[in-house]
Design a protein around this ligand. Structure first.
Ligand SMILES: *[C@@H]1O[C@H](CO)[C@@H](O)[C@H](O)[C@H]1NC(C)=O
Ligand SMILES: *[C@@H]1O[C@H](CO)[C@@H](O)[C@H](O)[C@H]1NC(C)=O
Ligand SMILES: *[C@@H]1O[C@H](CO)[C@@H](O)[C@H](O)[C@H]1NC(C)=O
Ligand SMILES: *[C@@H]1O[C@H](CO)[C@@H](O)[C@H](O)[C@H]1NC(C)=O
Ligand SMILES: *[C@@H]1O[C@H](CO)[C@@H](O)[C@H](O)[C@H]1NC(C)=O
Ligand SMILES: *[C@@H]1O[C@H](CO)[C@@H](O)[C@H](O)[C@H]1NC(C)=O
Ligand SMILES: *[C@@H]1O[C@H](CO)[C@@H](O)[C@H](O)[C@H]1NC(C)=O
Ligand SMILES: *[C@@H]1O[C@H](CO)[C@@H](O)[C@H](O)[C@H]1NC(C)=O
Ligand SMILES: *[C@@H]1O[C@H](CO)[C@@H](O)[C@H](O)[C@H]1NC(C)=O
Length: 294
């Protein structure tokens, strides 16, 4: 299921309460971490670009089913200040792409000014995204890091204040696309400041609710010879990269889960992209998988 931002969300945000219940876990340190009670993920403050121009706290409810990040950063709007996130913890990671059968991500979220006296995100020049962030490398040890791996793969679910993925240009004539069940994602790529090569899948609209297997967006990359299927997926995180806001913004996420499964990749035909040279090989395989699944 997939929902899109509508004006009604902003109206609803105006009536929220600012106080968090005493049962909530509140983390305000630069690299604070909290384990979910089923240990399948951690919540992380990850204020890696803190330049002293603002602050962030994350709040997690007692049942570990709701996660809020409240933040503001006043300077350096082109830089990521923090990436408050939920990180998948699984014994299966690092997992080679050739052995990744599912990577299911579900979450619902909103991004709104924290103060009811602020009309819109634009009014406080809020710049942020909502992403799934992943790291891959052919070395499984290196893959278990956010700074050392050769590749970063991002899925941009939403973008506020004009933020765009690395390599984005509206003048690119026919960027590659691939469809998941309810949205068509567009691929952009380029190097980041850390020398990593970044593939970013951009959603066409600001999605606010997501529940799908995103592994096809990773498999697309080796099926179209952009990376090797021998790469290991080491890190999977869901959250918001926060760049700028002149007063507090609240990112609120619920109903989240991240799960990974090993096995033969599912080969789907979800894109409008040209048939790759591998297409002749993959088609019979997908038939086989469809037959064995039914
Ligand atoms: C902004 O949020 C932070 C927590 O992240 C909080 O400490 C601070 O008081 C808030 N500022 C205002 C003006 O409400
Ligand atoms: C998250 O924010 C929403 C809206 O402000 C609030 O209703 C909810 O109680 C908050 N949850 C937590 C865990 O802080
Ligand atoms: C975590 O524990 C709370 C009780 O403290 C429970 O209500 C909730 O369902 C648990 N969450 C998960 C994901 O197991
Ligand atoms: C796939 O991953 C599973 C779980 O870690 C492992 O048992 C299996 O040997 C792997 N298969 C291949 C072909 O690497
Ligand atoms: C990945 O790194 C974390 C520390 O960042 C460590 O706790 C974990 O055990 C490592 N996982 C593997 C499979 O090495
Ligand atoms: C996402 O929301 C922002 C802020 O409301 C808006 O500026 C932007 O145009 C939206 N993006 C899309 C693709 O609709
Ligand atoms: C992942 O999603 C697929 C459908 O896309 C489903 O068949 C599978 O059971 C899900 N796996 C897990 C572990 O949730
Ligand atoms: C996440 O999904 C896994 C596998 O389907 C399930 O065991 C777990 O309970 C789910 N966790 C939450 C918080 O829903
Ligand atoms: C992908 O989604 C787009 C937009 O919804 C649609 O126009 C297109 O036909 C879809 N392509 C495939 C192959 O399903």
């Amino acid at each position: 299921m997939l929902r899109l931002f509508a004006p009604i969300f902003l109206a609803a945000a105006l009536v929220h309460s600012k106080s968090s219940s005493p049962a909530n876990t509140l983390l305000c340190g630069q690299y604070d971490t909290h384990w979910s009670n089923d240990s399948q993920f951690t919540f992380n403050t990850n204020e890696w670009g803190d330049d002293g121009s603002g602050s962030q706290c994350i709040s997690i409810n007692k049942a570990n089913t709701e996660f809020n990040a409240t933040w503001e950063w006043n300077n350096n709007p082109t830089l990521v200040h923090a990436f408050p996130n939920i990180k998948l913890q699984s014994d299966l990671l690092p997992l080679q792409l050739s052995n990744l059968s599912h990577l299911n991500i579900s979450a619902s979220w909103s991004m709104t000014p924290s103060s009811s006296s602020v009309d819109s995100l634009d009014a406080i020049d809020a710049q942020a995204n909502v992403i799934v962030d992943m790291f891959l490398d052919t070395d499984p040890v290196t893959a278990n890091s956010t700074t050392l791996p050769k590749y970063e793969v991002m899925i941009w679910m939403a973008a506020f204040g004009g933020k765009r993925p690395i390599g984005f240009s509206s003048s690119i004539k026919h960027p590659p696309t691939h469809n998941l069940s309810e949205a068509q994602f567009t691929l952009y790529s380029g190097a980041n400041n850390n020398g990593q090569f970044v593939y970013s899948w951009l959603a066409p609209d600001n999605i606010t609710s997501f529940d799908d297997d995103i592994s096809p967006l990773l498999h697309y990359l080796w099926q179209h010879k952009k990376i090797s299927e021998s790469n290991y997926l080491g890190i999977v995180q869901f959250g918001t990269e926060t760049f700028h806001s002149s007063s507090n913004v609240t990112f609120s996420a619920q109903d989240f889960n991240l799960t990974v499964a090993s096995g033969k990749p599912i080969v789907d035909s979800g894109g409008a992209a040209a048939l790759p040279s591998l297409g002749f090989l993959l088609l019979p395989v997908s038939f086989l998988i469809l037959m064995t699944c039914s």
